[in-house]
Design a protein around this ligand. Sequence first.
Ligand SMILES: CC(=O)c1csc(NC(=O)C2C[NH2+]C2)n1
Length: 130
Amino acid sequence: FREEENTLRELRIFLRQICAKLARNKQFYMFSKPVDVEEVPDYLSVIKEPMDLETMMTKIDHHKYTCAQDFLNDIDLMCANALEYNPDRNPADKQIRHRACYLQDTAYALIKAEMDSDFEDNCRKIRDDR
Ligand SMILES: CC(=O)c1csc(NC(=O)C2C[NH2+]C2)n1
């Protein structure tokens, strides 16, 4: 199982690079840390499972992701949360929804461009066998 641990270590290194790149983008700053309930008091009454890039970086370090799709599932959650919490037609909501979709597409494109599909297939086999 040494090979499996080597594969998962390589996955974590790769996902940290993706996560850091997304968190560096100023357009995604509202996704970079958990929503501050002081600033947005009703957030947790609307969004049952919050997600953000800092939390995702911690999940990488805690070995919570065994394949890229698990990571992308949290990206999808973060995006869905933003669309749910910002449904109105006003410019502020529209901009946050646009940024959420842009973040999601960027994450998928980065992973698809830089990840070998055989590597991801191997990771999913490790996940499914566990
Ligand atoms: C992370 C996220 O989706 C978020 C943080 S603040 C916010 N929305 C607002 O502050 C108001 C604009 N209409 C509500 N959405």
